[in-house]
Ligand binder design. Structure first.
Ligand code: ADE
Length: 239
């Protein structure tokens, strides 16, 4: 998969993608990340990328042309069609289902704004989808882009080792993950639940499912309605 990032700080995202699973996905040739800086496509001695907003108000708005030229360069760097995503608090919330959908694509272009945002005409003309990583405001889209890169990189075939399998992740089945334990079995902070030491795989699976359901119900009841719960799950929830 190829991801192009348009940002005034492309090195920032390259750094975020240099470590761990994402770094390894790059080394394994599963993910190619390319940065494009709109300042390189800005004109004049000052290479302006922003201007004051019409109608007044605080902050600056990113100019159309440097972004449009960066997008054109990114598009032309690879013949495969790319979905253009603008990271902004106005976007649709990022979910694991959306991550899965994006991870299945061959190409993405992530557009990062700074300041008050991007001229709306550029968004209307060039952006396919607007995505938010949460109901809070960051100083730019770079951290949000790094989140998207990380989440889609780890879903690329071969990115995770067997032991890191994505199947058991939180949200993969619409629920929060169960708790995890490792050595030592006994500790002053508490003991490992006995069922996990029992060797009874059916019981362990049942316990984990119950933990997932219980945590989701307690912490994120909003997810329960949407999760596809089996009859057995409903019975567990009722107990
Ligand atoms: N840019 C600034 N805030 C953001 C957010 N919450 N999500 C995505 N992009 C952003």
């Amino acid at each position: 998969m190829r991801i192009d990032v348009i940002s005034l700080f492309p090195e920032f995202i390259a750094q975020c993608a240099a470590f761990g699973v994402v770094g390894r996905a790059g080394e394994r040739g599963l993910l190619a990340l390319h940065g494009w800086n709109p300042r390189d496509y800005a004109e004049g001695n000052y290479r302006r990328v922003d201007e004051r907003p019409f109608g007044g108000g605080p902050g600056m708005v990113m100019l159309i042309e440097p972004l449009r030229a960066s997008l054109k360069a990114a598009r032309e760097a690879d013949p495969r069609p790319a979905k253009v995503i603008y990271l902004s608090p106005q976007g649709a919330p990022l979910t694991q289902a959306k991550v899965r959908e994006l991870a299945a694509r061959e190409r993405l272009i992530l557009l990062c704004g700074r300041y008050e945002g991007v001229d709306e005409r550029l968004i209307q003309a060039e952006v396919d989808e607007e995505i938010s990583i949460g109901d809070y405001v960051l100083s730019g889209g770079e951290l949000a882009a790094a989140v998207v890169v990380d989440a889609v990189a780890r879903l690329q075939d071969g990115a995770l080792n067997d032991a890191e399998s994505a199947v058991q992740d939180s949200f993969e089945d619409g629920l929060l993950d169960c708790p995890h334990y490792t050595r030592p079995v006994e500790h002053e902070l508490g003991d490992v639940p006995a069922v996990l030491m029992s060797g009874n795989h059916a019981e362990i699976a049942r316990w984990r499912r119950m933990q997932s359901l219980g945590r989701t119900w307690q912490r994120r009841a909003d997810l329960i309605d949407e999760a596809s719960l089996s009859k057995a799950d409903r019975k567990l929830l009722d107990t």
